[in-house]
Every structure is written in C-alpha cells, then in structure tokens.
Write a protein that binds this ligand. Sequence first.
Ligand SMILES: [Zn+2]
Length: 273
Amino acid sequence: MYTVSDLDKDLAVLGAQGAKIFTVGYSESGRPIKGIFKGNTDGPQLLVQGAIHAREWVTAQLCVLLAERYSGECGLWCVPMSNPDGVMLAQYGLDSVGDPQRRDFLYGINGYNQDFSLWKANARAVDLNVNFNALWGTGRSNLTYPTPANYIGPYPFSERESRALAQFTDKVRPLYTVSYHARGRVIYYGFNGSDPDPEVHRIASRQTGYPAYTSEGSAGGYKDWFVLTTGRAGITVEVGNEYTPYEELQKELPSMLAQNGGLLDALSRAAGE
Ligand SMILES: [Zn+2]
C-alpha cells in the first residue's frame, strides 16, 4: 500500500532535501491535502495532481517519485493525494472513519460490504472528479445519488477537496496541468471540443509512449474545469495495465516511472520556450 502516513514520511524527506511542503486545504474529514513545490516561482508554473480517485492511490506514490526526480526550471506544484479520505477508505475501510453516523452511511452506500478497495469517491460518496464546474452533470457516466463512484454531488464544488484544488489552481495559475489516474496507459486531452495547446499532449505521448485521445463524454473533471476556465492545456494520464487489479498496481511502479519519468522535465522545457 501507499498510505497517508507513507506520504507524510516522504514529504518530510523531500522537505529536508530542500523542497517546499505546502497544504492546499482540508478534506471533508479534516485531513490536510498536502503538496510539494520545486523549481522557480518566477515564470511558467506546472501543476501535477494525483489520487483524486480513492482506489487509484498508487498515483500518489508515482507523483511523489516524479516530483523527487523533477529537475526543470519551471515551478512544479505537486499534489500527490487529492482525496485522502477516499484513499484511507479504500485501504482501511470503515476503520478509517471516526464518525459513527458517517460509518453507517458509507457502509450502506457500499452495499453493506466491508471491502472498500474499489471505492472511488470521497467520504461523502461524491466522486470528486465529476464535481468540478465544467458542464457539471452532463458526463456520460454521471450519477445523481451517493454511490462508490460517479456521483456528481448535490451541486458543483459541493466538496471541500474539489474546492481546495480549484482555489489553489487559481492561486498558482499553472500553464499546464497533469492529472494522474489509473488505469490503461492512455492520455486524455482537451475539453468539449477545445484543445488549447496540442503540443502538450504530443509531448506527453512522445515521452510516455501512451496514445493520446480527446476526452469524449467527460464532464466535471479537474482537467475539464482547468481547460474550460483557463483556456490552457490540461491532460489526464492513466497509468498501469488496464487489467491489473488496483491493489496490485504498485508492482508496476518501475514501468510507470520509466514511462513517465521524463514527462515533467519535458513539459517544463516546452513551457519555457
Ligand atoms: Zn481516476
């Protein structure tokens, strides 16, 4: 596993090595959503974000490893675990939930199953990556009731985690964003027919070897919101073999690193041109 406390330990090491550690906000259960900064605050900035989907917690570890390796000139703002409550739930189940009322609620939503390893949402059963204000509620897989995956929430930005990420993005004003998800070794770019900077997904595809597609039928995602509101390029990178169970994706970290290790430096070079 790669847990909240593993992340804390890694952040402490990176901090001791000179990276800046910051907090973008807090989850619905009050857990801090932490990040790593490297590079220069002047000039173009990059924002990388992972584990907004609970069961895809391997992307938090990948983001930390990528930030560690990053040596670009641009400022790199890396938020490895955007959904800490969800990650805790996917890894520890109801033991991770302090509030008895919330525990009962989540147990029911999960069909009275103790196994939360396939949970995607946060601790209010909202899928954060369909909760952003970008044609909210129009996505192909969207659901309108609390459920382990794909619930859009009662209104856009109803969740503390999605609000925190959006407000932080507004503050940093990154030129490009990269969102790490699992699985499938594929890149999605653009939103609603708009592709602000095709060079970004071309670079990403060349670096990783993953094919790049426009995201069809997607709405309310972080990348969707970023592209729509800033007119800048955001990409979603899906890592890991499509058929590997989520709990076993960690053993693919060496290949994920080999494929993604050069991406952030390459985007930094492109941003500087
Ligand atoms: Zn995902």
